[in-house]
Design a protein around this ligand. Structure first.
Ligand SMILES: [Zn+2]
Length: 144
């Protein structure tokens, strides 16, 4: 596997102050080009005046989200909640199985914390293992 790009530690960033792009690069030890890339990925940049400024708080949140989305590990009894953006158990341990292809299924449930949709892509051959923990209703879209 290729090495994963590691996002820098945002602990050095002070939430209450604003930084110019070169300042962010110095504090985090990355290039200004990298910081500009983050702006393209959704990091908020205050660009009404020059120099452009990045609020520390925005940067902290951005880095935390980027880091998280890369290392979500789901436990055997968990789905991923799209609202909480966290692994969650589904309400009542109930899940619908929606077959995607011959080999891949999606388990869909409701988050026990927020009630939002949570799901997980699984290999169809592992369905029996998940059926040990979840009350699964199969919804095969091809025959529905
Ligand atoms: Zn949730």
């Amino acid at each position: 596997m290729p090495p994963m790009y590691k996002y820098p530690n945002a602990k050095k960033i002070k939430a209450s102050r604003s930084y110019t792009i070169p300042e962010v690069a110095v504090v985090l030890g990355c290039s200004t080009r990298t910081v500009r890339n983050w702006a393209g990925m959704g990091l908020r940049v205050l660009n009404d005046n020059r120099p452009f400024l990045i609020v520390g708080d925005d940067l902290k949140i951005f880095l935390a989200e980027q880091g998280k989305s890369r290392k979500v590990r789901l436990g055997p009894k968990e789905l991923y909640c799209l609202s909480c953006k966290e692994p969650r158990r589904p309400l009542g341990m109930m899940a619908d199985e929606v077959r995607q292809t011959a080999k891949i299924s999606r388990l869909v449930g409701l988050c026990e914390v927020c009630g939002g949709k949570c799901n997980r892509m699984i290999s169809a051959r592992t369905l029996a293992e998940f059926a040990r923990f979840f009350d699964i209703v199969s919804k095969d879209v091809r025959t529905a």
